[in-house]
Design a protein around this ligand. Structure first.
Ligand SMILES: Nc1ncnc2c1ncn2[C@@H]1O[C@H](COP(=O)(O)OP(=O)(O)OP(=O)(O)O)[C@@H](O)[C@H]1O
Ligand SMILES: [Mg+2]
Length: 337
């Protein structure tokens, strides 16, 4: 196991700065998630750490070693891509042991490692099947097992779950997290799915246009978004933003409460009258979509479904937001005030 340190890392493709002067330290055994919209530089950053791409400037250390200019084979890393192609003519077992055979491990070592990884990932019963005879999730786990048997110091994953359906994705996410907890290999995981990021990461890095917008635990990022970009990016439905004189105010849908159920002190709250356009029942929660003269954007309130409340679309209601739940962002810098 090892930490990963990135110093002033930059990658230019012609005029595009895909990664722009990034500094970061991934701690030994940590599960770090890179999150951001398409094109923000996540894969480029990961590919530089893996050695598939060399930086234009900057430095990469794995443990004590400066690996900036070494090829992937000489970095002790394993990588799982979005298209985790398995060899179709080989069985699941042969797929898993393939990287070991080409690295000259002996037979008993190979057997031991394949047993360990396949048990960990619950595919021991499938070792004699061909990939086409398994499910998407099982193939996914085979790819993870194949990356794991190599005993990497660092595990790099680039959207490894993106072609699974929602249910499978959720269970595969759980499995990844569980086995990472067991093996404690330093892991960097790329996704553009914030729910996945929040669920998986010890810490999350949020990127935009090649730079880091915020690093923190899921809780820190949700409870204190440093800037308007992160405020808008994290949370579903998204944070409501209103424009005031010199700053923006932001408040999460769950903190925007209709008068009837608001339990806080009205003296310490921001009051706003909203027209309700639509009420969406989602089971446990209900979303209330509103509009206001103060913004063109939809304002959303999220409440626990309450049978007694009778909210009619087309009517106006008073809503309250506890002052403690309001974020202010400078119009100038878009940073949290
Ligand atoms: N080989 C390349 N040549 C030129 N431009 C590239 C190359 N690879 C990436 N880019 C550009 O660099 C930027 C970052 O790309 P990157 O693949 O790192 O984004 P990403 O965050 O992984 O996006 P996605 O979520 O869509 O996978 C993009 O603007 C992309 O077009
Ligand atoms: Mg990518």
């Amino acid at each position: 196991m090892a930490s990963v340190v990135v110093e002033n890392l930059t990658k230019e493709f012609g005029n595009v700065k895909a990664v722009n002067d990034i500094n970061l330290k991934v701690n030994d055994g940590e599960f770090l998630v890179l999150l951001g919209p398409s094109g923000c530089g996540k894969s480029t950053l990961l590919r530089m750490i893996s050695g598939l791409e060399f930086p234009t400037y900057g430095k990469i250390l794995i443990g004590e070693n400066d690996v900036t200019r070494t090829i992937p084979k000489d970095r002790n890393i394993s990588m799982v891509f979005q298209n985790y192609a398995l060899y179709p003519h080989m069985t699941i077992g042969e797929n898993i042991k393939f990287p070991l055979e080409s690295r000259g491990y002996n037979k008993s070592e190979i057997k031991e490692k394949v047993e360990w990884a396949s048990e960990l990932l619950k595919i021991s019963d499938l070792l004699d099947r061909k990939p086409r005879e398994t499910s998407g999730g099982q193939r996914q786990r085979t790819a993870l097992a194949r990356a794991l048997v190599r005993d990497p110091e660092v595990f790099l994953m680039d959207e490894p779950l993106s072609n699974l359906d929602a249910k499978l994705r959720h269970s595969a996410r759980e499995e990844i997290r569980q086995f990472q907890n067991q093996v404690k290999i330093t892991t960097i995981y790329v996704t553009h799915d914030q729910i996945e990021a929040m669920g998986l990461g010890d810490r999350i890095i949020i990127m935009e246009d090649g730079i880091i917008k915020q690093i923190g635990t899921p809780k820190e990022i949700y409870e204190k978004p440093d800037n308007l970009f992160v405020a808008r990016f994290i949370g579903s439905p998204a944070m409501n933003i209103l424009s005031k004189q010199d700053y923006y105010i932001g408040f999460r849908p769950e903190n925007l409460e209709i008068e009837e159920i608001f339990k806080g002190s009205k003296d310490d709250a921001f009051k706003i009258e909203l027209s309700v356009n639509r009420v969406e029942f989602l089971g446990n929660d209900t979303l209330i979509y509103c509009s206001s003269d103060l913004t063109d954007e939809v304002i959303t309130s999220k409440i626990i479904s309450n049978e007694k409340l009778n909210i009619q679309a087309g009517n106006k209601y008073q809503f309250f937001i506890d002052n403690k739940s309001i974020f202010k962002y400078s119009k100038d810098t878009e940073k949290l005030i």
